[in-house]
Design a protein around this ligand. Structure first.
Ligand SMILES: NC(=O)c1ccc[n+]([C@@H]2O[C@H](COP(=O)([O-])OP(=O)(O)OC[C@H]3O[C@@H](n4cnc5c(N)ncnc54)[C@H](O)[C@@H]3O)[C@@H](O)[C@H]2O)c1
Length: 415
């Protein structure tokens, strides 16, 4: 097959590579010329796709910024960003731009699939009319479906092939085409009756996580007052072999998905005069978590006889989760800004994030910075760091991730 992928980011690039590795010809349409050039040179900028996988494709992935290159594709999959506006409402402008450009080159018989996470109704109400400006009718002249992406950057135990893929087409024939497409790269494809059901299934997955993270974060705050170790509680509850799913507390949620996606649904719900209270409450708790961490940092410094505005604080990890370099919505950024506002001298070490240009900071050498810091805060549980060594060499350590659970030391405080 000849397959187009629009948006070669965290979602689109691994997807394009998966199809190319199955022997299909893939056209990768990307708006950022630096990414087009990088893929053309065989250089990957996504950690989960090593450059040697690009090199092994033998030219089956062609990057381009020209939409007419998509006209020869049997299927085109849209993987552009769906962020929030400053007023925390869905920003579908990337999808609208991509769809408008695609409509100009849309061909009879093509299958168009949207993978970007969005509220139920987007494929039918927003994407369809833009594509139909081509003069072609969805479900008759071209096929249209939604299939949510479930990629979890950094995860190796489940791959695109082994993670079941949900698809919902506008018509039965649309669904059938989409099932056939994803059957090329996924062992299991799950059909749902409409694109709307597929859109909402993705949101349910992410809202489920957001609500449960908020619940355990709130319990962590209560545990601090009660003098109970939250990690011990989570560990004990997780020993139940059924009816419980483990979520760990932490410094707050980050990434492109969990802090953003639930608000797509609350926006849609408001249109129907319905208020999604679980989403709002979880969002409030999770958004405030970094500020709560800052108060814990101030307390830890205070207990050690240090004023925050005279303290050197080293953050270990600034990525939003372990093993990756993604800093989007990372709680570390909020913590750094707040500590700087309080007058602290803040530095960071992250093997995956060499620079934080917006904050004018770069990753400090662990060797040199550990011993000079008044407080070392573990924000991201990167597996490459020896935390026992960190505790031994630091004046004071505050662990927000529970990675020091098997260490007992007088200079160690845990969330
Ligand atoms: N990152 C994840 O872990 C993840 C997981 C599941 C779902 N998603 C969803 O997938 C979608 C994409 O996310 P991502 O993380 O890959 O984003 P990303 O920012 O990494 O990649 C999107 C790419 O699309 C490009 N782009 C933007 N507008 C374009 C246009 N008009 N034409 C061509 N290219 C364009 C951007 O330059 C960028 O390279 C979002 O809706 C996101 O919510 C992401």
């Amino acid at each position: 097959m000849r397959i187009g992928v629009v948006g070669l980011g965290y979602v689109g690039l691994p997807l394009a590579v998966a199809f190319a590795e199955e022997g299909h010809e893939v056209v990768g349409l990307e708006a950022d010329p630096r990414k087009v050039d990088a893929v053309a040179r065989g250089e990957s900028y996504i950690e989960d796709v090593p450059s040697d996988r690009l090199a092994a494709l033998d030219g089956r992935l062609t990057p381009t910024s020209r939409y007419p290159d998509l006209s020869s594709c049997e299927a085109v999959i849209i993987c552009v960003p769906t962020p929030l506006t400053n007023s925390r409402e869905p920003d579908l402008s990337y999808m609208v731009d991509a769809a408008t450009s695609l409509a100009a080159v849309l061909q009879q018989g093509q299958l168009i699939v949207l993978e970007s996470t969005t509220y139920p109704g987007t494929t039918r109400e927003r994407l369809r009319p833009i594509l139909e400006e081509s003069g072609l009718a969805a479900g008759r002249d071209f096929h249209l479906a939604f299939s949510p992406e479930r990629i979890d950057p950094g995860r190796t135990d489940f791959t695109i092939r082994t993670t079941p893929k949900v698809v919902g087409g506008l018509t039965d024939a649309c669904t059938e085409r989409a099932v056939e497409l994803y059957g090329q790269i996924c062992d299991t494809v799950i059909e749902v009756s409409t694109p709307d059901a597929a859109e909402l299934a993705k949101l349910l997955e992410n809202i489920f996580r957001s609500v449960n993270i908020a619940l355990v974060n709130e319990l962590a705050m209560l545990c601090e007052r009660l003098g109970i170790d939250i990690w011990e509680v989570v560990e004990a509850a997780a020993s139940k072999p059924f009816g419980f799913m483990r979520f760990d507390p932490g410094p707050g949620m980050g990434g492109h998905c969990l802090p953003v996606d639930p608000f797509y649904l609350s926006y849609k719900a408001r249109e129907h005069d319905f208020y999604t209270e679980f989403i709002e409450l979880a969002g409030k708790i999770n958004q405030n978590q970094p500020q709560w961490c800052v108060r814990r940092i101030e307390r830890a410094l205070n207990d050690a006889g240090k004023a925050t505005n005279a303290a050197r604080v080293l953050l270990l990890g600034v990525a939003y989760k372990a093993g990756v370099g993604d800093i989007r919505e990372s709680p570390a950024l909020k913590i750094i800004r707040s500590l700087r506002d309080l007058g602290a001298d803040v530095s960071y070490h992250d093997p995956h994030v060499p620079e934080l240009p917006d904050l004018g900071a770069s990753s400090a050498s662990l060797e040199e910075s550990l011993e000079s810091a008044d407080l070392v805060c573990i924000i991201t549980a990167h597996p490459s760091i020896d935390y026992r060594d960190v505790v031994e060499r630091s004046a004071l350590v505050l662990d927000f991730r529970g990675v020091t659970r098997d260490i007992e030391a007088a200079n160690l405080v845990r969330l």
